[in-house]
Design a protein around this ligand. Structure first.
Ligand SMILES: Nc1nc2c(ncn2[C@@H]2O[C@H](COP(=O)(O)OP(=O)(O)OP(=O)(O)O)[C@@H](O)[C@H]2O)c(=O)[nH]1
Length: 322
């Protein structure tokens, strides 16, 4: 940056500065008179000095990068560095001249004298900081919403909208621990669409996808809000039933099996094979069993349902309590 003159020797009007709006201009002007006015070239980085200072734009524009990719423009009359003056901490903002700019530099001691001696400056500063805090918390809320959106996206299966494996790996161990800790029952139903390869071969992959979506819809529509439906992989789905003992889970699986059989896959009923069926394996958490053990037992029951002819529910024998 190149020194142009002092503020007093420049043609800039103190009344145009945001910090001095409706303030004691005479006193503020006198205090600012010896401050340097610097010329910044386009693209020039306004490096942070060792001691805090205010940077007031008199002409041109600065970009203030907050460090997370967001930038704000600082236009004539506006300033940067207020917070570092107030708390004495290093200024973390990254200021860059967007065009040739004239800047008024006010060191921290003088900024404090302005606050103390020129009526109205403290009020303007408080307004400015309140505006900045509001803008920052709005940005934070927006980012939190976006973060939540992406988090949801990463935990849900794109095709069916059910929870995915990543969700299962995160949540099931916690549900199992909590069930052990509270001695509440926890049941799990594994289900697999029958002859799905044949279905795909006959009707095409897109109809297969649509059948999977319908199967997911059947699950989502038949469960309590406290239950969870998961796409375990491929055409294999899972239902987690907290606070549900084995016999009740068996009833839920029977209901799901029936609804699956009745679900209309094609709106056009002239199409052959308009229905899908699924096989179900039901298991309930046994003492000292972990999430892998519970899944393995449900999977074993599902295998037996397939072996026994499909389109049915098999309930795993409950392990004897330890
Ligand atoms: N359309 C579609 N097909 C899928 C998807 N994921 C897995 N599949 C298909 O599901 C079929 C599963 O076939 P298999 O494991 O042989 O089982 P199956 O034909 O259902 O036979 P059983 O389970 O024994 O009744 C495969 O053809 C996979 O390609 C998917 O996202 N969309």
């Amino acid at each position: 940056m190149k020194l142009l003159s002092t503020f007093a020797a420049s043609s800039h009007d103190p009344a145009a500065l945001q910090l001095l709006r409706d303030a004691d201009i005479a006193r503020a002007g006198a205090l600012l008179a010896p401050c340097p006015v610097m010329l910044a070239a386009p693209g020039e980085i306004i490096s942070a000095p060792a001691s805090p200072r205010l940077v007031i734009v008199l002409r041109g524009a600065l970009a203030d990068a907050t460090g997370d990719g967001a930038t704000t423009r600082i236009l004539p009359g506006e300033s940067a560095g207020e917070q570092s003056v107030l708390d004495g901490e290093a200024d973390l903002s990254g200021l860059t001249a967007l065009e040739e700019s004239e800047l008024l530099l006010v060191d921290a001691d003088l900024a404090w004298r302005l606050i103390e001696e020129a009526d109205g400056v403290a009020r303007n500063l408080l307004r400015l900081l309140s505006f900045r805090i509001r803008a920052a918390s709005m940005q934070l809320r927006r980012r939190q919403k976006l973060g939540e959106f992406y988090r949801q996206l990463s935990l849900n299966d794109g095709l069916t909208g059910l929870y995915n494996r990543a969700w299962l790996n995160d949540v099931l161990p916690r549900l199992v621990s909590s069930a052990h800790a509270t001695r509440a029952p926890l049941s799990l139903v594994m289900l697999d669409i029958d002859h799905f390869k044949k279905f795909n071969d006959r009707h095409g992959h897109q109809q297969g996808d649509s059948a999977l979506r319908i199967a997911a819809h059947v699950l989502a529509g038949a469960l309590r809000p406290s239950d969870f439906a998961v796409r375990y992989g491929g055409e294999e789905l899972m239902v987690i039933l907290p606070d549900t003992p084995g016999p009740v889970a068996a009833g839920v699986a029977e209901r799901l099996c029936e609804r699956m059989r009745e679900a209309v896959v094609f709106d056009d009923m002239r199409q052959p094979l308009p229905h899908i069926t699924a096989s179900f394996g039901v298991a309930s958490l046994a003492d000292a069993q972990d999430d892998h053990g519970l899944i393995a037992v449900a999977d074993g029951a599902l295998y037996r349902a397939k072996e026994a002819g499909r389109n049915r529910v098999v309930v795993a024998a409950q392990a004897a309590p330890a």
